[in-house]
Design a protein around this ligand. Structure first.
Ligand code: UD1
Ligand code: MG
Length: 462
C-alpha cells in the first residue's frame, strides 16, 4: 500500500505519531452492566482521562479498540474506534486496530490502555522520543517499566544482563520470574512497520490461549532489534483499574492531583481528602474551600470566595467574594458579593446579579434576582423576577404551579414582601409596593401599592 499522510501529526520532529487505546476487554471484575472504561472517576469516564493525556501530549489521531457493547457509547468521545469482535488478546486487539489505520512509512504507534486513567502526558511524551537512538541504533519498540510491590498481576520484565529479553505474564511465569519486581505497565511505542510485522507473527501458545502483545518483545529481541525500557518511578501513574476497589484508589489519586493543581494556582483547600473536584474547573485565587464540598461540571468560581463546608456546586458560574455555606447550588449564576446559606438550594438556571443575600432554608429555582435583592429565611422563589433591593420576607412562597402549568411572578424594585406572603402566580407586584405579613396575593399590585390579607386587598391610604 502507498504511504498515506493523514495530515495528523503528533509532536516529535514532524514524525507522525498515532495511538491505539485498548478497551475491548470484558472488565468482568467490575461486575457491572456498564463497560469498564465508562466507569467514572472525578466526574468523567476513565477512558476520557487516557484520551486527554494523549491529546495533551500532542497525539490527536487515536483509535480505540472497543467491543460491541462499548462501541455505540463512544460517540460522546469524538474518537475513532474499531470493534474487536472476539477478545483474543492484546496482540490481536492491536492487529485489528492496525488494519483500520493507514500505513505510514516511518510512523510511530503508541499503545495504551483505556483502563489506566492516571497516566500522564509526560509518559506519552517520553514514549514518543524513546524510539530514537540518540547516537545508537533506533529501537523497534519502547515500553514503560515500573517497580511494583509484590505480588502483582502485571507481566514481569525478564532481562538478560542489561537488556530486556522478554515479558512473561503471571499465569505463564515460574516462581523465579514471579519474584521479579520490574513490571510491564502496558504502555508501548512502536515503529509502525515493525509493529505491523510483529503482530502478524504472534502465536497464542500460552496459559490463556491469547495473542499477547507482550510477545512482540521476544520477537524483536530474537531478530536482533532493540527494545527500549522507559522506567516510570510513580507506580500509581500506571495503575490499571480492574475492580471497584482500584476504581476508588484511582479516584482518590486523581482528586488529590486536581486539588493540588488548584492549590498551586492560589486556592486554599482546607482538606483535600474531603474536597471533591473534577477536571476543567476554574477557581480564582484566594478562594477558600472548606471540607465536604463537591464542585463539578465545568463550574467557574471567582476570586476571594468562601465555599463550604458541606456544599455541592455543579455547573455554576460564581463571581468574586461570594460566600456559599452548607448549601447546594446547581445550574446557576451567582454575582459577586453575594452570601448564600447556610442550608439554601439554588437551582434550575437561577441568576443572581450580585450583592444578594439568600439565607437558611430558601429554595430558588429558575428565578432572577437583580442587584441587592434578598430572601433571608424559609422561602420558595420559583419562576420569579425580583427587582433591585427588594426584600422577600421569611416564609414567602411563589405559588408557581397550578397543577398543570408553571407561571411567573414579577416583583419590582424596592419592594417589601411581608413575612409569610403567598403570591399566586401569574402575578406582578410593582416597584416600591408592600405586602403585609400573611398576605395571599391573588391580584396584581400596582407600583407603590400596599396590600394585606387573604385574599390580599389594598390597605387604607396612610
Ligand atoms: C496486560 C499485559 C501485562 C501488563 C498489564 C498492565 C498482555 C498480554 N499483558 O495484562 O504484561 O502488565 O497489561 O496492565 O498484554 N484488551 C483488548 N482486547 C483483548 C484483550 C485485552 O482490547 O482481546 C484490552 C483490555 O480492555 C485492557 C487491555 O487490553 O484495556 C489490557 O488487557 P488485560 O486483559 O487487562 O491484560 P492484563 O492481563 O492486565
Ligand atoms: Mg488488566
Amino acid at each position: 500500500m502507498e504511504a498515506v499522510d493523514t495530515g495528523v501529526r503528533g509532536r516529535g520532529d514532524g514524525m507522525i505519531v498515532r495511538a491505539v487505546v485498548l478497551a475491548a476487554g470484558k472488565g468482568t471484575r467490575m461486575k457491572s452492566a456498564t463497560p469498564k472504561v465508562l466507569h467514572e472517576i472525578c466526574g468523567r469516564p476513565m477512558l476520557w482521562f487516557t484520551l486527554r493525556a494523549l491529546r495533551d501530549a500532542g497525539i490527536d489521531d487515536v483509535i480505540v479498540v472497543s467491543n460491541e457493547e462499548l462501541d455505540p457509547q463512544l460517540a460522546a468521545f469524538d474518537v475513532r474506534s474499531v470493534v474487536q469482535r472476539e477478545q483474543l488478546g492484546t496482540g490481536h486487539a492491536v492487529k485489528v486496530a492496525m488494519e483500520q489505520i493507514d500505513r505510514i512509512e516511518g510512523g510511530r504507534v503508541i499503545v495504551a490502555c483505556g483502563d489506566m486513567p492516571l497516566v500522564t502526558p509526560e509518559i506519552f511524551r517520553a514514549m514518543v522520543g524513546s524510539l530514537d537512538g540518540n547516537g545508537h541504533a533506533a529501537s523497534a519498540m519502547a515500553l514503560v517499566t515500573v517497580k511494583m510491590p509484590l505480588p502483582s498481576n502485571f507481566g514481569r520484565i525478564v532481562r538478560k544482563g542489561h537488556d530486556i529479553e522478554r515479558i512473561v505474564e503471571v499465569r505463564d511465569a515460574s516462581a523465579d520470574e514471579l519474584a521479579i519486581d520490574e513490571m510491564n505497565a502496558g504502555i508501548y511505542a512502536f515503529d509502525e512497520a515493525e509493529l505491523r510485522e510483529a503482530v502478524t507473527a504472534l502465536r497464542n501458545e500460552n496459559a490463556q490461549r491469547e495473542y499477547y502483545l507482550t510477545d512482540t518483545v521476544e520477537h524483536f529481541v530474537r531478530s536482533g532489534k532493540r527494545v527500549r525500557p522507559v522506567p516510570v518511578t510513580e507506580h500509581e501513574h500506571v495503575l490499571g483499574i480492574n475492580d471497584r476497589v482500584e476504581l476508588a484508589l484511582a479516584r482518590r489519586e486523581m482528586n488529590a492531583r486536581l486539588c493540588a493543581q488548584h492549590m498551586r494556582d492560589g486556592v486554599t483547600i482546607v482538606d483535600p481528602t474531603t474536597t471533591y473536584l473534577e477536571p476543567e474547573l476554574s477557581i480564582g485565587r484566594d478562594t477558600v474551600i472548606y471540607p465536604n464540598t463537591t464542585i463539578s461540571l465545568l463550574s467557574e468560581i471567582g476570586e476571594g470566595c468562601t465555599i463550604g463546608p458541606n456544599s455541592r456546586l455543579s455547573n455554576v458560574r460564581i463571581g468574586d467574594r461570594v460566600t456559599i455555606r452548607e448549601s447546594v447550588v446547581t445550574e446557576s449564576e451567582i454575582g459577586s458579593d453575594t452570601a448564600i446559606g447556610p442550608f439554601a438550594h439554588v437551582r434550575g438556571h437561577a441568576v443572581l446579579d450580585g450583592g444578594n443575600r439568600v439565607g437558611n432554608f430558601v429554595e430558588i429555582k429558575n428565578s432572577h434576582y437583580a442587584k441587592g435583592a434578598k430572601s433571608a429565611h424559609l422561602s420558595y422563589l420559583g419562576d420569579a423576577e425580583i427587582g433591585e433591593e427588594s426584600n422577600i420576607g421569611a416564609g414567602t412562597i411563589t405559588c408557581n404551579y397550578d397543577g398543570k402549568n408553571k407561571h411567573r411572578t414579577t416583583i419590582g424594585k424596592n419592594v417589601s414582601i411581608g413575612s409569610n406572603t403567598s403570591i399566586v402566580a401569574p402575578r406582578s407586584i410593582g416597584d416600591n409596593a408592600l405586602t403585609g405579613a400573611g398576605s395571599v396575593v391573588t391580584k396584581d399590585v400596582a407600583p407603590g401599592g400596599r396590600v394585606a390579607g387573604n385574599p390580599a386587598k389594598p390597605l387604607p391610604q396612610r
